[in-house]
Design a binder for this molecule. Structure first.
Ligand code: BJW
Length: 225
């Protein structure tokens, strides 16, 4: 009976000090995404990829949820069972703000996965490529992250709640990475109302019924209250 599906992106964590990807000075202006965010890059240089995510894990652990995360947690408490957050973010700021109904479609930096058997577990703060899997002992540890060319998590459940919702809200995402970028069209096709909350118009702004622009820490609490 989810009524509101909320897609969040890097913009919601920007005011917590976590960098976005495509803004000026964003992660993809400083790193080559084909080196650090593809299975091929990991196969070529696993140590480099672990270094990238070890640093991001440390930053995420030090970050504090902001007013936007807190507002979404209040919304969930006020409407039990009716709010579902689908986040593209790999940090845990929604959970630390108090949200419980959260799906991480691009994985979590705080978790590790065995590339050999698929086992997942809580990641240590520093991971190395030859760390053994606790289940099968293979030295095939990778971050539990969805890289380009890999299938995101929870897709069937996401499409199901999206089609059954009354409202779809996208917060702090540029609308440039699929399949998340198409959720607004998926929702609209199912007759779901759509709202964008972003610092500036996203690439898909024209697909939304309504858009409000400004920093997430201001426009998300204003929308929730
Ligand atoms: C603020 C703010 C503030 C700033 N307040 N707002 C050609 C066409 C279509 C698709 C493809 C294609 N070629 C390849 C593909 C597929 C590919 C893709 O989309 N590529 C594009 C580059 C075109 N996608 C995939 O490979 C995905 N898998 C897939 O498609 O599987 C097959 C499939 C098919 C059909 C159905 C289902 C599956 C996997 C994508 C994996 C993405 N991985 C990454 C990195 C890993 C995670 C990590 O390291 O953190 O995920 S990429 C990176 O981008 C990260 C993010 O989650 C993702 C989205 O970025 P996001 O969150 O939108 O951030 P930004 O920086 O782009 O935008 C921030 C926004 O916030 C901006 O608009 C700012 O204005 C705003 N903002 N400050 C409010 N204070």
């Amino acid at each position: 009976m989810t009524k509101i599906v909320i897609l969040t992106g890097a913009g919601i964590s920007a005011e917590s000090g976590l960098g976005t990807f495509r803004d000026v000075g964003g992660l993809w202006t400083r790193y080559d995404l084909s080196e650090v965010a593809t299975p091929e890059g990991f196969a070529r240089d696993p140590a480099l990829v672990h270094e990238f995510y070890n640093a991001r894990r440390k930053n995420a652990a030090e970050a504090i949820p902001n007013a936007a995360h807190a507002a979404l947690a209040r919304l969930e408490r006020a409407m039990p069972g009716a709010v579902r957050i689908v986040t593209q973010n790999i940090d845990d700021l929604h959970e630390r703000a108090g949200s419980r109904a959260v799906w991480h479609m691009h994985g979590q930096v705080g978790r590790a996965r065995c590339a050999a058997c698929g086992e997942t577990w809580a990641a240590p703060m520093v991971m190395r490529p030859d760390d053994p899997c606790p289940a099968c002992r293979a030295p095939a540890t990778r971050p539990d992250i969805v890289w380009f060319g890999e299938f995101p998590y929870h897709m069937d459940e996401i499409w199901e709640v999206l089609r059954a919702a009354d409202l779809f809200v996208a917060i702090g995402t540029s609308g440039s990475v699929y399949p998340a970028a198409a959720f607004v069209q998926d929702a609209a096709r199912a007759g779901v109302r759509t709202l964008e909350l972003n610092l500036e118009p996203s690439e898909t702004v024209n697909d939304f019924d309504e858009a409000r622009h400004g920093p997430a820490s201001e426009i998300v609490p204003a929308w929730v209250e």
